[in-house]
Design a protein around this ligand. Structure first.
Ligand code: GLU
Length: 488
C-alpha cells in the first residue's frame, strides 16, 4: 500500500511554525516512501472562518517550497484543487459527512441530541463543582424514535452525537507506543453540529479514510482526541491509519510556544529576514535529529534520513539563537547576486536606495557577518556615507596616533600612484597594499588596522582590501584623506 500523508490545517489566517513542522514531517515521509502528500483544508468551524486564509496559507507553502501532491494550490492567485479523492476543502464535502452520519445513526452508533447550550452549560458546571469529568450525560439517548422524529419535524435545533460503546480503546502511536483508555472516559462527542457542519472529529475520520491516508502525523494536542477517532473507525468498520503525535514546541522557559513570547507565524519569520530554507531546516530539527550533532541538512538528506519512530516524545525548545545562527549559515551560502535580490525588498521597505553594483559588493563582503536579511538595512549605511565614529578607534592597540596617521599617509600616497584597475578585484588590492608594506618593511597591523577603520568607520568590519574594493578608488581615497585629517 502506498504511503499517503496529509497536513490538515484549519485556515486561521496564518501558518504556525508548529504547523510548518507538521507539514514538513508529512512531506518528508511521503517523499521518502515515494508516496503522496496531501493538503486538506479543515474549515468546518464557521465561527473561525477567515476570508483569504486559504490563499495566504497556500502562498506560504509556495514560499517554503512544500507544495502538496494533492489538494488545493494557487494557480494565478486562484485556489484550484488537484487529485482524485477531493474535494480537499471540508466545507465542500458536507453531503459526504451527512451520508456517513446517517450510516452511524442507522446502525445505532450515533443519536440525535436536542439539549440546549444552557442545559449543557449547567451540566458542565455541576460536574465541575462535583469534580467529575465533564461529559454529556446521555440525556437524549433515551428518547423514543417517535419523539425524535416529531421534534425533528418541528424543526428543533439538534446535534448528532457519537454513542461511545463500552470497552477499551487502544492504538499504537508510532512515537509514543501503545495508548489504551477505558471508553468510560470518552465523551459522547458531537459529530454533526446544529448548523449541519461536521465537527473536526467526524470530518477527520471520514476524510482520512476516504482519502486513503496511511499515516496521521499531527501535533501532540490531538492525542486525547485519537481514541474518539479510533472508536469511529471501528464503528464504520474501517482500518485506522497509523498515528504519530509530534512533541509540543516550547519557549526557552519550557512553556508552550506562544505568541506572547515572540513570533509564531511563518510569515513573521520571513518578514524578519529569515530564509525559507533555513526555517525549514530549523523546524525539521525540532524534535528530531538524525545525526545528533549535524545541524545543516539539505532537503534530500532530510528526506532520506527521516524516521518517525526516532522523533522525541518530550517537547522541543524553539531556540531563537540557534535559528539566527542557522539562518546566517544559509545566508553565507548565497552568492552575492542572489543576496541582492533577497535583500532588496527589505531596503525598499526601509526606504533606502543603494546602487545595484555597490549593493552586490556589500553583499559579497558582508554576507558572513549577516544573520538575517534585514541586517542589510543597517549595514549599507556605512557604505553609502561615512558613519560617525570616534577617531580613537583609528589607532591600533600596538601603536599611537602619529604612527597610525603616518601609515595612512603612506597608504594614501601609494594608492594614488597605482593603476585604477586594481580596484576590479579584492586580490589585486591586497597584492598592491601588501607589496607596499613589504617593500617599506612595515608591519601589517600598523598599516592595515588604521586603513580598515578609515574605510569602515567601525571597530569590527570586513577587511581593508574588501572595503577598498567595494568602495572604489574615489571613495577609498576620500575616506583615507578624511581619517588623516582627523588624526592631525
Ligand atoms: N484541523 C486540525 C488542526 O487544525 C488538524 C488536526 C489533524 O491533523 O488531525 O490542526
Amino acid at each position: 500500500m502506498s504511503v499517503r500523508t496529509r497536513f490538515a490545517p484549519s485556515p486561521t489566517g496564518f501558518l504556525h511554525v508548529g504547523g510548518l513542522r507538521t507539514a514538513l514531517y508529512n512531506y518528508l515521509l511521503a517523499r521518502q516512501q515515494s508516496g503522496t502528500y496531501i493538503l486538506r483544508v479543515e474549515d468546518t468551524d464557521r465561527e473561525r472562518f477567515v476570508p483569504g486564509a486559504v490563499e495566504s496559507l497556500l502562498r506560504m507553502f509556495e514560499r517554503v517550497n512544500l507544495l502538496p501532491d494533492e489538494g488545493p494550490r494557487l494557480v494565478d492567485g486562484i485556489v484550484e484543487q488537484f487529485g482524485d479523492v477531493g474535494p480537499y476543502v471540508q466545507s465542500e464535502r458536507l453531503p459526504i459527512y451527512a451520508e456517513h452520519a446517517r450510516r452511524l445513526l442507522d446502525a445505532g452508533a450515533a443519536y440525535v441530541c436536542f439539549c440546549s447550550s444552557e442545559r449543557l452549560d449547567g451540566l458542565r458546571k455541576q460536574q465541575e463543582i462535583a469534580k467529575l469529568s465533564t461529559k454529556y450525560d446521555r440525556h437524549c439517548l433515551g428518547l423514543s424514535g417517535e419523539e425524535v422524529l416529531r421534534r425533528l419535524a418541528g424543526g428543533e435545533s439538534h446535534v448528532l452525537r457519537l454513542r461511545v460503546p463500552e470497552g477499551k480503546t487502544s492504538f499504537d502511536d508510532v512515537i509514543r507506543g501503545n495508548i489504551t483508555i477505558d471508553n468510560s472516559e470518552v465523551d459522547d462527542q458531537v459529530l454533526i453540529k446544529s448548523d449541519g457542519f461536521p465537527t473536526y472529529h467526524m470530518a477527520v475520520v471520514v476524510d482520512d479514510h476516504l482519502m486513503k491516508i496511511t499515516h496521521v502525523i499531527r501535533g501532540e494536542e490531538w492525542i486525547s482526541s485519537t481514541p474518539k477517532h479510533v472508536i469511529l473507525y471501528r464503528l464504520f468498520g474501517w482500518d485506522a491509519p497509523l498515528f504519530a503525535h509530534l512533541p509540543l514546541l516550547l519557549n526557552a522557559d519550557k512553556s508552550k510556544l506562544s505568541k506572547r513570547q515572540g513570533d509564531v507565524a511563518v510569515e513573521d519569520y520571513l518578514a524578519k529576514g529569515y530564509l525559507p530554507e533555513a526555517l525549514v531546516n530549523f523546524v525539521a530539527l525540532l524534535g528530531f535529529n538524525p545525526k545528533g550533532d549535524q545541524e545543516i541538512y539539505t532537503m534530500e538528506e532530510l528526506i532520506s534520513l527521516f524516521d518517525l519512530s526516532k522523533v522525541n516524545v518530550s517537547g522541543a525548545v524553539f531556540d531563537q539563537a540557534k535559528l539566527n545562527w542557522m539562518n546566517g549559515q544559509y545566508v553565507m551560502k548565497k552568492t552575492a547576486a542572489e543576496l541582492v535580490v533577497l535583500v532588496r525588498p527589505f531596503l525598499d521597505t526601509a526606504g533606502k536606495t543603494v546602487d545595484a553594483a555597490l549593493l552586490q559588493k556589500i553583499c559579497a563582503i558582508e554576507k558572513t557577518r549577516m544573520e538575517r536579511l534585514t541586517d542589510i538595512v543597517e549595514i549599507v549605511d556605512a557604505y553609502v556615507s561615512m558613519p560617525a565614529f570616534d577617531s580613537a578607534i583609528l589607532v591600533w592597540k600596538k601603536a599611537d596616533a602619529a604612527d597610525s596617521r603616518a601609515n595612512l599617509v603612506g597608504v594614501r600616497d601609494h594608492l594614488s600612484t597605482v593603476d585604477e584597475s586594481i580596484w576590479n578585484e579584492i586580490a589585486m588590492v591586497e597584492t598592491s597594499i601588501k607589496g607596499y608594506i613589504e617593500a617599506k618593511g612595515l608591519s601589517n597591523g600598523n598599516v592595515l588596522w588604521p586603513t580598515r577603520v578609515a574605510l569602515s568607520g567601525r571597530a569590527a568590519s570586513p577587511g581593508p582590501f574588501e572595503l577598498a574594493w567595494a568602495l572604489g578608488k574615489d571613495e577609498t581615497m576620500r575616506r583615507l584623506e578624511s581619517a588623516i585629517t582627523r588624526l592631525a
